[in-house]
Design a protein around this ligand. Structure first.
Ligand code: NAD
Length: 326
């Protein structure tokens, strides 16, 4: 039986990935600062560990029989949407870099065979809406728009350096925005689809929600099942260096609001306010991940139709709880 470690298994993508790896028959250890928030972990074993500390990374990669893990998936990060990325630069640079420095070292020296790192589309420079698609090679010369992207580039390089030195196979995914049920939906770390879904769930039919920026920034949003499929295919592939994973359906923030409102069956007005928006546009090729046979199966609308009811239920449950406490 394949032995697998998932770091960040208490988070959104990590907890879904654990479910998939279990379904595929692996023995899975999860590691995180916290358990998954919305449903019990599917992992065989779950270690609560602060992976900024070297000794904890070593504990995470150590099996009772002393043998190495076949695979490590590193998804732990100090992470959030644009609001968080712009307000917590130092925390991101410090916490995520410490996790990645220690985890790549621990995995490589423990003899781990394959190492997956979750990088981001934030490694790329800003783009204009009508620019031709960037390939993975266009990450250099590097000019990420934010410190989160710089840390990801550094961590990619650290993983590759350890891979070369220790003969560890390294796979690097650069995720586009990912969304789905059981993703953070409040608290300041939520990303645009969840934040807007929450605002629309809270608004009355015909109501108004606040939207950061002018609403014209172009993005692609990838449903969680597509992302997990991409991770699994990339890890099993022979693709070296960065690999983009994202549904090539680019929409403006205003289009995203309209899609969510349509699914919610509400008429929603938007008030555009000042707020962190990030790059103007994104447009990347997915040829490398598609060479594994991967295709996105969920349109934005399909994904929102699976995600919005979950967010609405969370909002409703919160309302009921608050009413009970009055
Ligand atoms: P998430 O915040 O839900 O999950 C990250 C997990 O890392 C959390 O459970 C958190 O507790 C854990 N973590 C943070 N600090 C830790 C520490 N010191 N020790 C142990 N665990 C720690 O985020 P996610 O959306 O699941 O993202 C997973 C990975 O994918 C991250 O590396 C993120 O940067 C990357 N990524 C995500 C997206 C997206 O749209 N969700 C896009 C690009 C890249």
């Amino acid at each position: 039986m394949k032995k697998v470690l998932v770091c960040g298994a208490g988070g959104f993508i990590g907890s879904h990935l654990v479910k998939r790896l279990k379904k595929d028959g692996a023995w899975v250890r999860g590691a995180d600062l916290k358990y998954p928030e919305f449903s019990p972990t599917a992992a065989d074993e779950f270690l609560i560990l602060d992976l900024r500390e070297e000794k904890n990374c070593l504990a995470a990669v150590t099996l009772p029989d002393g043998g190495p893990f076949d695979e490590v998936y590193q998804l732990a990060a100090d992470m959030g949407g644009m609001g968080f990325i712009h307000s917590a630069e130092c925390e991101i640079m410090r916490n995520s870099a410490l996790i990645n420095i220690h985890m790549t070292h621990a995995a490589a020296t423990a003899g781990v065979k394959r190492y997956f790192f979750s990088s981001s589309a934030c490694v790329y420079r800003n783009m204009k809406a009508d620019e031709p698609a960037l390939t993975e090679d266009d990450a250099y010369p590097a000019l990420p728009d934010n410190e989160y992207g710089w840390e990801k580039l550094y961590a990619e390089r650290a993983a590759m350096a350890y891979g070369r030195r220790y003969g560890m196979t390294v796979r690097l995914a650069r995720f586009q925005n990912c969304f789905g049920p059981e993703g953070t939906w409040r608290g300041g770390r939520e990303k645009a689809p969840a934040a807007l879904g929450r605002k629309i769930a809270e608004a009355a039919d015909g109501g108004t929600i606040e939207v950061w920026g002018e609403g014209s920034a172009m993005r692609a949003y990838t449903y969680i099942d597509d992302m997990v499929e991409g991770i699994v295919r990339l890890m099993g592939s022979d693709l070296e260096n960065g690999v983009n994973i994202g549904r090539p359906e680019y929409v403006s923030v205003d289009d995203l609001v309209a899609t969510i409102a349509g699914v919610a069956g509400k008429k929603i007005h938007m008030k555009h306010i000042k707020g962190p928006v990030g790059v103007l546009a994104r447009n990347f090729t997915n040829d490398r991940i598609r060479s594994t046979g991967w295709e996105s199966n969920f349109s934005l609308k399909d994904g929102i139709a699976r995600t919005y009811p979950w967010i609405r239920d969370q909002v409703e449950a919160g309302r009921k709880k608050a009413a009970k406490n009055i």
